[in-house]
Design a protein around this ligand. Sequence first.
Ligand SMILES: [Zn+2]
Length: 267
Amino acid sequence: MWITRSQAPAADTARAIAAAAGVLRAAQRVVVATGAGMSCESGIPTFRDALTGLWARYDPEELATEAAFRRHPARVFGWYAWRRRLVRAATPHPGYHALVALERFVPELVIVTQNVDGLHRRAGSRRVVELHGSLDRFSCVDARHPFPAAAAPEPAEDTECEPPSCPECGAPVRPDVVWFGETLPAQATAEAWDLAASCQAMLVVGTSGLVQPAAQLPFIARDGGATVIEVNPDPTDVSAAAHIICRGPAGVVLPALVAALTEGAAT
Ligand SMILES: [Zn+2]
């Protein structure tokens, strides 16, 4: 894999990447925890940055709580339909493809993401735990009966949109994402916590370390004896828990990490 001169990591980052490659080579189980920064590099606006145009007049609490959905279902459903269109227009950056390539070098690699855009799966990653749900899944607001995504309305415009009704119980259908005040999906959470406690290395990519409870994962991994590797252009609350810090965008650092592993494998 080639990286151009302008994309080459800085010297201290290159040393950190070499150290990270050494850790990954020896690891049996690796967890990659990703957050909003990963999506951002593919041009997907963060939750708050998505409050533009028609939606600029609303607070997040008016668009991402169950109470808001019950009061204004068309407004909330329309906002999520718009976000799905933004995601569909985006393409996974080289960091996503590097994580797919990383599966060749690690016996067990699992991605635990706070992102709801499905880009890891679209890029081809095989094991992805979605802690905050997915924009591509739907269920009814009362009983959480699953609803097929293919039957969800897709407005062509940035507009409000009436949600469909659940065929089982008649309740309005909502996106299967975690809203403010809701707990994380139990199965995904249990899996993520078990993986964090039992992995030998955790890559923390593009997360601020501010969103709970996902922010606990690097600390659980560290307590369990794993080497924590941060990949982020800026210092974060995770930096204190990290043994190795690769300062730079995921789209540059992760391909360089795969290149380091490839060189190591050839010698
Ligand atoms: Zn239902």
